[in-house]
Write a protein that binds this ligand. Structure first.
Ligand SMILES: Cc1cc2nc3c(=O)[nH]c(=O)nc-3n(C[C@H](O)[C@H](O)[C@H](O)COP(=O)(O)OP(=O)(O)OC[C@H]3O[C@@H](n4cnc5c(N)ncnc54)[C@H](O)[C@@H]3O)c2cc1C
Length: 462
């Protein structure tokens, strides 16, 4: 069945990788990438491009890979994306570009994500940079937050010739790419930092340790610092909890805190001064990508890990690839199960969790069947740590310190989908701060749309 099956990608062995923080997926080499590229049918009406929120010219870059023109392929991708090595690793391609690939009807879709990763990694090794602006416009734009939405918006504006400064609250740029997604899925120094340097090479300035709303407000940036437009890409970093008895016990963490300690503060490294709990038996509550990352991190720190999720396998919101990797590594899935109480010893440390079995009932407003408790089915899991991974919402700091910025009942900033315009003139927003927790590529798409919106707004002001 030549052509129907994709070229497999090499990975670290599951038993070995379960004990280290090195990257799981090893990517394609030249020969594998060129072979996989041959499977692209170069469709006249490429559905894959429609499936990509930043509209990368996928058939064009794959044709360039076929002929060994990596530089050309990189420039094709970077016209649309500032973070190809990141997207090639963490995008849910199966529901986007690859989900639309014609090859997928009778066999495997072309491995577009792995080809994108190959191009970005090879370009980086060869020192190839994205092309910048030819002329400057002499207008200042502020970007708040250096996650995927902010980096994309800043990069696109710089390519148009704007004078862009990113203000980032943390000491390192990258947003969730550096504090959330673990090293074994997305290497920080080798990949994320290099793509951020590429954005800076376009002329973007970066100021870290600046908390907008505390160090300086948006109104001050616009009225006193000469910024003519602002993009808010401040994400959704505020964790949710269940409000069940015992949740205040020591050994209960939000996934965000646990992952930030491990990723951003490098606590997994024995030489790091940041403390992290190394649980013996850990329960992770939730079924999304964040839950998988927390579970696989706890496993690598030496724990036996249970994922407790109230719906079934089909409904798990995490990417199938991540669930597969977690299972191969030995994570135990307790599905159709919900926590009801956390227990602690006399010193306040977690000793276990009581859960209840669930069954699926009628569909709820999201169309998914609602989990319903099975009375009398409670059971206990012994554990010394519980990691809550139940989603996040935007921090209200920016909205509460900016005059005239409308938010909705979920505390998300209200912005137009096509250009990011908020209720305040000159202020645009996108990414998780607007949608609530979503994906890297959707945040990038929003950053891109806002860059276009800002350009139209500033051009019409002349
Ligand atoms: C653990 C984890 C795993 C994930 N895995 C995936 C995955 O595999 N694939 C995928 O597509 N998506 C994944 N996601 C989701 C994805 O990372 C986010 O949707 C995406 O990063 C959102 O981008 P953003 O730019 O809107 O915000 P963020 O990435 O959150 O960046 C926001 C930035 O703004 C800064 N900031 C906040 N407030 C202020 C302020 N007041 N002043 C200055 N700066 C501020 C923050 O410090 C941060 O750096 C994951 C998320 C998490 C948490």
């Amino acid at each position: 069945m030549d052509g129907f099956v994709r070229v497999p990608v090499r990975e670290q062995d599951a038993k070995v990788r379960a004990t280290n923080f090195e990257e799981v997926c090893l990517g394609y080499n030249k020969e594998e990438a060129e072979k996989e590229a041959q499977r692209c049918l170069n469709c006249k009406n490429p559905q894959c491009v429609q499936g990509c929120p930043v509209s990368i010219d996928i058939p064009a870059f794959i044709s360039q890979v076929k002929t060994g023109d990596v530089e050309g392929a990189y420039q094709t991708i970077s016209k649309s994306s500032a973070l190809p090595a990141v997207c090639g690793r963490v995008c849910p391609q199966e529901s986007q570009c690859e989900g639309k690939c014609i090859r997928g009807i009778k066999g495997d879709a072309v491995s577009i994500g792995k080809l994108e990763r190959y191009v970005a990694d090879t370009a980086r090794e060869l020192g190839i940079k994205p092309e910048g602006a030819k002329e400057k416009k002499g207008k200042k734009v502020a970007v708040i937050g250096s996650g995927p939405s902010g980096l994309t918006c800043a990069g696109d504006l710089a390519k148009m010739g704007y004078d862009v400064t990113i203000f980032e609250a943390l000491h390192e740029a990258g947003g969730v790419l550096v504090y959330g997604i673990p090293e074994f899925r997305l290497p920080k120094t080798a990949v994320v930092k290099k793509e951020i340097e590429n954005v800076k090479s376009l002329g973007v300035k970066l100021e870290t340790d600046v908390v907008i709303g505390k160090s300086v407000t948006i109104d001050e940036l616009m009225e006193k610092e000469g910024f003519e437009a602002v993009f808010i890409g401040s994400g959704a970093g505020l964790p949710r909890f269940m409000n069940i008895p015992g949740e205040q016990a020591m050994g209960v963490f939000s996934a965000n805190e646990f992952l930030t300690r491990s990723n951003l503060m490098k606590a997994f490294d024995e030489n790091s001064r940041t403390p992290i709990m190394r649980p013996k038996k850990c329960v992770v509550v939730g079924g999304g990508n964040v839950a998988m990352d927390a579970a696989r991190t706890a496993l690598r720190l030496g724990a036996e890990v249970h994922v407790v999720y109230r719906r079934g396998e089909e409904e798990l919101p995490a990417r199938k690839e991540e669930v597969g990797h977690a299972k191969e590594e030995g994570i135990i899935f307790d599905l159709l199960t919900n926590p009801v109480e956390i227990h602690a010893d006399e010193n306040g440390w977690v000793t276990g969790i009581t859960c209840i079995r669930m069954e699926l009932g009628e569909p709820d407003e999201s169309g998914r069947r609602s989990p319903v408790e099975i009375p009398g089915s409670e059971f206990d899991i012994e554990c010394d740590a519980v990691i809550m991974s139940l989603g996040t919402s935007p921090n209200p700091l920016i909205s509460s310190t900016t005059e005239g910025l409308e938010i909705n009942r979920k505390k998300c900033i209200v912005a137009q989908e096509d250009n990011g315009q908020t209720s305040k003139p000159g202020v645009f927003a996108g990414g998780d701060a607007v949608t609530g927790a979503a994906t890297v590529i959707l945040a990038m798409g929003a950053g891109k749309a806002a860059a276009k919106g800002i350009d139209e707004y500033l051009s019409s002001k002349q």
